[in-house]
Design a protein around this ligand. Structure first.
Ligand code: SF4
Length: 180
């Protein structure tokens, strides 16, 4: 099975790395996508699994406040973090994690290699090394990534997880992940 031309290698990316139109107002770093990162992944013959954008799916494209871009980013991110703690948002986050976990389990069950998971640092949702809380960028994970990592641990699945920002260093980090 699956002996066709496919590489049987995939990587899971935070949604906005492929679609900057989903990111919170005022924070897009590119018109459409983090193109260098996407290109490096495709050049390595690795398929891209775009994870859902937790904030868009839980709070809407405007994150529930059309004036959000008027605040400093970490202040707005802290507000978003609080909004994601509402019961309805938490339930939706759980559904999104289930959706990603289903895909991870399927790829692993069929012997595919998962190069890793790429989050977005400083995000209150998808931060991997840093997130936003108490109106600051702090060490730690965003709420979505933390739930996803808990679900992976519960299943005994260990995958590399990195966080990037819209900087040139992001390309080095993703290339290193692909080589690992
Ligand atoms: S970092 Fe996560 S929550 Fe924020 S825009 Fe990207 S995918 Fe959405």
């Amino acid at each position: 099975m699956f002996t066709d031309i496919r590489s049987k290698r995939v990587i899971f990316l935070a949604h906005c790395i492929l679609n900057q139109n989903a990111i919170s107002d005022g924070t897009a770093g590119y018109p459409a996508a983090h193109a260098d990162v996407v290109r490096a992944i495709l050049d390595a013959q690795v398929g891209i699994v775009q994870m859902p954008c937790p904030e868009l799916c839980c709070l809407g494209l405007d994150r529930g406040d059309p004036q959000g871009a008027d605040r400093p980013v970490v202040v707005e991110n802290t507000r978003i973090r609080g909004a994601l703690d509402r019961p309805d948002a938490r339930e939706q986050l759980d559904r999104l994690v289930d959706h990603v976990m289903l895909q991870i389990r399927e790829y692993l069950r069929h012997g595919f290699q998962i190069a890793g998971i790429v989050g977005v640092n400083r995000s209150p949702s998808c931060g991997a090394d840093t997130t936003s809380d108490h109106d600051r960028e702090v060490a730690g994970q965003g709420v979505f990534l933390a739930k996803l990592q808990a679900a992976l641990a519960a299943d005994g699945i260990s995958l590399p997880v990195i966080g990037i920002k819209c900087t040139p260093e992001a390309l080095d980090a993703v290339r290193a992940l692909l080589r690992a």
